[in-house]
Design a protein around this ligand. Structure first.
Ligand code: ADP
Length: 179
């Protein structure tokens, strides 16, 4: 099941939360800062030991003081106009996060809207990428949460979930094939 939740991802009691990190994995602003504050200083020590992470990849640490057991640190692409491989990198980031969660046998996972803050990825396009990969992994999880910080973002995700991702037609909304 995919569900949209509006609020702070650090409060969610799921097996794994995903952090929109940067390549250094040493903390930052936005959701990254919030996760480090809530998890406590052990998270920084654990992240430092990982030695960074390339864009489009993900790495895992414990959640320390968080209700979540694991934090999956993913580095989304910085938006540079869309012709620098951003969609593939974002998609890979979601996919790698799910794969790491499955390795730990996580059954529930929550994602922020990766790359849509300071990294500037257009929100609707990012939501389509996110929902597309979430649909792929939906059968393998009990709960997939799209955690949106703002009400506007939550509405956008809800809309993308209801309408479907372009190019991802379900039989119900596929055009009828005439004789
Ligand atoms: P990026 O550098 O990948 O763009 P940001 O942290 O700047 O990462 O923003 C990613 C998204 O996370 C934005 O939509 C932002 O509103 C959201 N966000 C910020 N703080 C939180 C939080 N505590 N919980 C959930 N989402 C958050």
């Amino acid at each position: 099941m995919i569900e949209v939740v509006q609020g702070d991802i650090t409060a969610l009691a799921v097996d794994a939360i995903v952090n929109a990190a940067n390549t250094a994995l040493l903390g930052g602003g936005g959701v990254d800062g919030a996760i480090h504050r809530a998890a406590g200083p052990q998270l920084l020590a654990a992240s430092r030991a990982l030695g960074g992470c390339p864009t489009g990849e993900a790495k895992l640490t414990p959640g320390f003081r968080l209700p979540a057991r694991w934090v999956i640190h993913v580095v989304g692409p910085l938006w540079r106009g869309g012709r620098h491989g951003e969609p593939a990198l974002l998609e890979n980031g979601y996919r790698r996060s799910f794969e790491l969660a499955l390795e730990q046998e996580a059954r529930s996972i929550a994602f922020p809207a990766i790359s849509t803050g300071v990294y500037g990825y257009p929100k609707r396009q990012a939501a389509c990428v996110a929902v597309g990969v979430m649909r792929e992994y939906e059968p393998r999880f009990e709960r997939i949460v799209a955690c949106c910080f703002s009400a506007d973002d939550a509405r956008l995700y809800q809309e993308v979930l209801e309408r479907g991702v372009p190019g991802d037609e379900t039989p119900e909304d596929a055009p009828e094939s005439g004789p």
